[in-house]
Design a protein around this ligand. Structure first.
Ligand SMILES: *[C@@H]1O[C@H](CO)[C@@H](O)[C@H](O)[C@H]1NC(C)=O
Ligand SMILES: *[C@@H]1O[C@H](CO)[C@@H](O)[C@H](O)[C@H]1NC(C)=O
Ligand SMILES: *[C@@H]1O[C@H](CO)[C@@H](O)[C@H](O)[C@H]1NC(C)=O
Ligand SMILES: *[C@@H]1O[C@H](CO)[C@@H](O)[C@H](O)[C@H]1NC(C)=O
Ligand SMILES: *[C@@H]1O[C@H](CO)[C@@H](O)[C@H](O)[C@H]1NC(C)=O
Ligand SMILES: *[C@@H]1O[C@H](CO)[C@@H](O)[C@H](O)[C@H]1NC(C)=O
Ligand SMILES: *[C@@H]1O[C@H](CO)[C@@H](O)[C@H](O)[C@H]1NC(C)=O
Length: 491
């Protein structure tokens, strides 16, 4: 007989499960489990995050472009996320409407002028409650470059300062400024970039025609002994006007002159006169006055009124403002009809010197709400955000090799756990301890017992005791006795 070597490691004695259902459940359940677990593992570990830039982080984060996107968040390993963008003071930016180039002038907390911040943490937040604080209309003659002077004898810029709220976790208030040249000094296009919204196009057209008309009137009227070589008119909303907001918008004095300055030029060169030029804040009074030192160039003020309103509402359209407190005149057919009522007449008086560079698509006819049904429906101003690029992390399926390996590893772990649980459950169906003993006697010990029962009488009582306890952990004694038992039963 061979000597039994006892290794440090051991193995389990296995026995087949005595259930008919065990194998079919393993096969069918196993296939189902492999499929489900694999899907789960592809969702949790099969994707990696890669860098991507996005113009709309909310859409990128909400994108449902993986098949498990609608699963609960806690089951998904890789989800798209975007970082906020940081905008520095004095940087130039556009809104999503891309009308005016805005310079970020100051950033502060709402209701608290201190502290001011150096940058704005921004994540596609809506621009809210935007107000135009000031509108600037500048006249320039000789200060422009020769090309501009050749194109048009008088020119100048329009500008605006606006204030908006941004709810980026903090209530932040930002001040933005723009200066816009209708006939720019460089080759930049004068048309608003990339917009196709009708209300904005109306704003652009009104700016084009009225700015040119204003410059033409300025040149015509500015023929005195010491004509003005420069001028600036600053306007702001008169918030103390009476009546409903619609009535205020129709009022020619909706915007009042905050200040105006003109620099005369006579034979001695520039004459600086430190005087308040505009003796009144009211545009209608300035327009109806006879020419006087404090009421200069009465002819320009009607055009100033419409141009300033056009700037005001184009700026508000840029910031997406159109609500009950401040209806946007470009978005409401009746208000647009009033704002543009004189457009046809103004177009007709515009001389060829001032028509230089007008794009053919610029609207040169008053808006008629009764005739342009389809246009009426297209008018509107919706929300705006500041436009910038965001860095995002977006999920991408791993390469085939890594995907296979990571899903395989995760599968093996989970499937093993499932197998453990399954066998544990199956084990609980096994016959209880007492039954086990009987079964033991019936199966494990069957070779001896089958024959042994007949010889029971021949086994001495103490030997018979050993035979029934054979399935219990074998003691040294029983191990040693085994051969003798076998020889006994075989005899
Ligand atoms: C985009 O999401 C941010 C929060 O992540 C939210 O404050 C902002 O209003 C959202 N912008 C839009 C346009 O819904
Ligand atoms: C704009 O003006 C309205 C009323 O005049 C005010 O309630 C709002 O706070 C102002 N918005 C900003 C950004 O200051
Ligand atoms: C605003 O309008 C009121 C009423 O017409 C007028 O009395 C007041 O002077 C105006 N304020 C400014 C700054 O123009
Ligand atoms: C130029 O303007 C100044 C100041 O108004 C005046 O004194 C001077 O006589 C003017 N010169 C001419 C040539 O008109
Ligand atoms: C309309 O424009 C013409 C030509 O510029 C001008 O003479 C007229 O006064 C304007 N009417 C109004 C109401 O502004
Ligand atoms: C605008 O004026 C120009 C030149 O006077 C003219 O050719 C054009 O037809 C006018 N446009 C409209 C829509 O009346
Ligand atoms: C505003 O309207 C334009 C054109 O209809 C659309 O492309 C844009 O997405 C809209 N913006 C928002 C914030 O709804």
């Amino acid at each position: 007989m061979a000597v039994i070597y006892r290794s440090f490691f051991s193995y389990n004695i296995t026995r087949p499960y005595p259930f008919k259902w065990f194998t079919p459940v393993v096969i069918v359940g196993g296939i189902i489990a492999i499929v489900l677990v694999s899907f789960l593992n592809v969702a949790t570990t099969g994707y990696e995050l890669v860098q991507a830039s996005s113009l709309n982080p909310n859409a990128t984060e909400a994108a449902r472009d993986t098949w498990f996107s609608n699963w609960p968040r806690y089951l998904i390993g890789a989800r798209a996320s975007c970082d906020a963008s940081s905008m520095q003071v004095q940087s130039t930016l556009y809104t999503t409407k891309q009308i005016f180039p805005w310079r970020l002038e100051s950033i502060g907390r709402v209701g608290d002028s201190n502290p001011l911040f150096g940058s704005l943490v921004y994540k596609n937040n809506l621009l809210q409650k935007c107000n135009v604080s000031i509108i600037r209309i500048e006249f320039e003659t000789l200060d422009r470059n020769a090309g501009q002077i050749a194109e048009m004898p008088v020119g100048g810029t329009i500008g605006a300062t606006a204030k908006c709220r941004v709810d980026n976790g903090d209530e932040t208030s930002i001040v933005l400024e723009t200066t816009y040249d209708i006939v720019p000094a460089t080759e930049t296009s004068d048309s608003f970039t990339g917009n196709n919204q009708l209300s904005i196009y109306w704003g652009y057209s009104l700016l084009q025609i009225y700015w040119r008309s204003l410059m033409q009137t300025f040149l015509e009227e500015n023929q005195g002994e010491a004509p003005f070589s420069k001028g600036i008119i600053r306007l702001r909303q008169n918030t103390t006007l009476s009546g409903s907001i619609e009535e205020q918008l129709k009022n020619p004095d909706f915007l009042s002159v905050a200040s105006c300055f003109f620099t005369p030029l006579n034979a001695t060169g520039v004459v600086v006169i430190y005087n308040q030029y505009c003796g009144t804040h009211q545009l209608s009074a300035l327009a109806d006055s006879a020419p006087a030192f404090e009421r200069p160039l009465p002819g320009i003020w009607r055009s100033v009124e419409i141009l300033a309103k056009a700037i005001f509402f184009t700026v508000l359209a840029d910031f997406g403002r159109n609500d009950d407190a401040m209806p946007n005149m470009l978005a409401h057919p009746d208000l647009l009809a009033i704002l543009s009522s004189n457009l046809t007449a103004v177009n007709d008086t515009l001389g060829s010197a001032f028509r230089w560079g007008i794009h053919t698509s610029v609207i040169q006819k008053s808006f008629d709400p009764s005739r342009s049904q389809s246009e009426t429906q297209q008018l509107g101003v919706n929300d705006s955000m500041l436009a910038t690029d965001y860095l995002c992390q977006v999920p991408r399926l791993k390469s085939a090799g890594t995907l296979f390996l990571s899903v395989l590893v995760a599968d093996l772990v989970i499937l093993q756990a499932i197998w453990k649980i399954y066998t544990l459950v199956a084990n609980s169906f096994l016959p209880k301890d007492n039954d086990k003993k009987k079964q033991c006697n019936a199966c494990t010990c069957s070779t001896q017992d089958e024959k042994g029962t007949q010889d029971h009488q021949s086994i001495p009582p103490e030997e018979r005791k050993h035979s029934s306890s054979f399935c219990e952990p074998p003691s040294h004694e029983s191990l040693h006795r085994k051969p003798s038992l076998e020889s006994l039963s075989l005899s």
